[in-house]
Design a protein around this ligand. Structure first.
Ligand code: SF4
Length: 313
């Protein structure tokens, strides 16, 4: 699931992201809200994101370089007009990229690079490793094996306590191999950020454009939340100029209430809006006041912490 869609990672607009240069003298790709370059310094799968929310560096892993996803969200901010440089995951290379980035972060060399200059010293720290990227991470057939290896690499790099996060639309969480990967991540204080953008089937169909039934997503969220607390990521936007109807927000709260009454635990709801160019031109961000109003309504309705994140447009 693309992290670009949410402002939880709406990050710094570095001056250096525009002006920094690589060792070869070429312009350094930035790490900013506008650009989460998957091709950071020639990497194909591992990329840095500076997270305002986490106040530090999140290391992203892209298991979907082919940009294929089982959702077709109208607000998706993956650039599917540009052909991907690679379509397959070269696992040994992915692991090398991760080792290298963790090693450079550990030594401090990473933060000496031009694109990190200007970052306050207390934020020059790795906060998490996140499975995100250009599609749905658990759709990668060897997701379990990759999770196992990523955990091993992080420990070997001296980052035992580093959190691993999975961003997911929850559609595949009922697969046995994915559940085994989640078990491994649970043992390692992993986190799950699950997409829930709708309260009704009709709005879900409008926004996610998928053949996966809404009921299945809700069922998978409930099952995941029964095992460990989850974080819900909920993006709301203007569609053809209109914000989500009040009845849709009420229905959304009903769905979350059903998860809670079914024994699920929700540690946090992130209410956010579009931050970068969406797939469809009829999609636009909510104003800060509109985001705040939805967050307030959700807070009032549910016994769950709610954080709001805004577009910077
Ligand atoms: S289509 Fe939706 S689920 Fe898939 S990558 Fe884009 S935002 Fe994430």
């Amino acid at each position: 699931m693309a992290r670009g869609g949410f402002v939880a990672f709406a990050d710094y607009n570095f001056p250096m992201s525009e002006t920094g240069r690589t060792d070869s003298g070429a312009p350094a790709p930035g790490v900013s809200i506008r650009r989460h370059p998957r091709d950071y310094r020639g990497n194909l799968y591992v990329y840095p994101v500076l997270s305002r929310r986490a106040r530090g560096l999140s290391i992203g892993i892209n298991l979907n370089p082919d940009k294929v996803c089982n959702f077709d969200c109208i607000y998706c901010q993956v650039d599917r007009r540009t052909p991907p440089p690679v379509r397959d995951v070269d696992e040994p290379r992915l692991y090398d990229e991760l080792r290298s980035m963790l090693g450079e972060a550990r030594s401090g060399a990473l933060f000496e690079r031009p694109e990190f200059q200007g970052v306050p010293a207390d934020q020059r720290v790795v906060r998490d490793i996140t499975f995100s990227g250009d599609g749905e991470p658990p759709s990668y057939p060897r997701f379990l094996e990759v999770v196992r290896e990523v955990l091993a690499i992080k420990r070997a790099a001296g980052y035992d306590g580093l959190k691993v996060v999975v961003l997911t639309n929850a559609t595949l969480l009922d697969r046995p191999a994915v559940q085994e990967a989640m078990r491994l991540l649970d043992e390692d204080h992993g986190e799950y950020w699950l997409k829930l953008d709708a309260g009704t089937e009709a709005y879900y169909d409008l926004v996610e454009r998928t053949s996966v039934p809404f009921a299945k997503v809700l069922r998978n969220i409930l099952q995941a939340a029964r095992v460990r607390p989850v974080i819900l990521q909920s993006l709301f936007m203007r569609v053809h100029g209109s914000p989500p109807p009040a009845a849709e927000i009420a229905a959304y709260c009903d769905r979350v209430r059903e998860i809670l009454s079914g024994g699920g635990r929700v540690g946090l709801i992130q209410v956010y809006t579009v931050a970068r160019t969406p797939a469809e031109s009829y999609v636009a961000p909510l104003t800060d006041a509109e985001v705040d109003a939805i967050a307030a309504e959700v807070r009032k309705s549910l016994p769950v912490a709610v954080e709001a994140f805004y577009s910077d447009r």
